[in-house]
Design a protein around this ligand. Structure first.
Ligand SMILES: O=C(O)C1=N[C@H](C(=O)O)C[C@H](O)C1
Length: 306
């Protein structure tokens, strides 16, 4: 997909449904395990995910070398190509110029559908500064952007006016809404949908009510497990089948709650390892592997429905 073709005016967002931010599997001695990543990518797309997110927070992207990041993108891109699915890549930096360089490099590859970009972490440039940052990325980055609104990690909140201004930038194709709540700003956003602008839930435990209220889908780490059920829950809400959607949503919220009892993605990796899907539950510091108790509590909830 070219930038020009993906930005043609349309009322339907470019992205809807489930996007799985894949974990990065390691060996016990913390080397990248690309074969396991390739299997996870194929399984997620075979299970009904609309696309993949590479190098999200869940991927421990901050601890990967440049060479490892390239391997992760290459492996995820191959899976997306095989399934005809879009690949979104996380770009997290608080320096506007560095972010533009990273976006341009991604755009030049030709296999990345969009970048998932948080408000500049730690700096707290204010809403006007954040808007200017994204406007610069939109103008010079050469790639569609999904704004990652996650104030508990970035330290920067965004009000409805700023989100609307971001959504009016043609290159900004959506927002990953992970503000920790469904609040008046959320409802304003969903009440006046911008044409072609996707609202994707990023707070795992409240994904179901957010989609019920009109979100187009989600990017949730929990969907590394029970991917088919997360995809189905979103599809059920989107076609108005409220009763089964509500029941499945409540079931998945219990799983998400168990997976987030310790820092993401430590419990998810523990459960994937218990399911023999990755070679090790290892995470890189400063994360510490999840406790056996947390993994034991989450594992039964992560078993697929019979
Ligand atoms: O990597 C992601 O994308 C996600 N990261 C969030 C986080 O760790 O804060 C959680 C969300 O489910 C997806």
């Amino acid at each position: 997909m070219t930038l020009a073709s993906s930005l043609e005016p349309t009322t339907e967002p470019l992205f809807n449904g489930l996007y799985v931010p894949l974990v990065t599997p390691f060996t016990d001695d913390l080397r990248l395990a690309p074969e396991a990543l390739a299997r996870l990518a194929d399984e997620a797309l075979s299970a009904g995910a609309s696309g993949l997110v590479a190098l999200g927070t869940t991927a421990e992207a901050a601890t990967l070398t440049a060479e490892e990041r390239e391997t992760v993108i290459r492996v995820c891109s191959a899976a997306c190509r095989a399934h005809g699915a879009p690949l979104i890549v996380g770009v997290g930096t608080n320096d506007t110029a560095t972010a533009i360089t990273a976006l341009r490099e991604l755009a030049a590859r030709g296999d990345v559908a969009a970048a998932l970009v948080p408000a500049p972490p730690y700096i707290r440039p204010g809403e006007a500064g954040t808007l200017a940052h994204f406007a610069a990325l939109a103008e010079h980055g050469g790639l569609p952007l999904v704004v990652y609104d996650i104030p508990y990690r970035t330290g920067q909140t965004l009000g409805a006016g700023t989100i609307t201004a971001l959504g009016r930038l043609p290159e900004v194709v959506g927002i990953k809404h992970a503000t920790g709540s469904i609040d008046p700003t959320t409802m304003e956003l969903l009440d006046s949908p911008l044409p072609g602008f996707a609202v994707l839930g990023g707070d795992d435990i409240v994904l179901s009510p957010l989609v019920a209220a009109g979100a187009h889908g989600g990017i949730v780490a929990s969907a590394n497990l029970r991917t088919a059920d997360y995809a189905e829950m979103i599809a059920l809400w989107r076609r108005g089948s409220a009763a089964p959607a509500r029941a499945l949503g409540a079931d998945l919220a219990r799983l998400s709650a168990a997976l987030f009892t310790e820092p993401n993605p430590t419990v998810i990796k523990g459960v994937l390892h218990a399911q023999n899907r990755i070679p090790s539950p290892a995470v890189r510091m400063p994360l510490l592997a999840a406790s056996a108790d947390s993994v034991r509590r989450a594992a039964p909830l992560a078993a697929s429905r019979k």
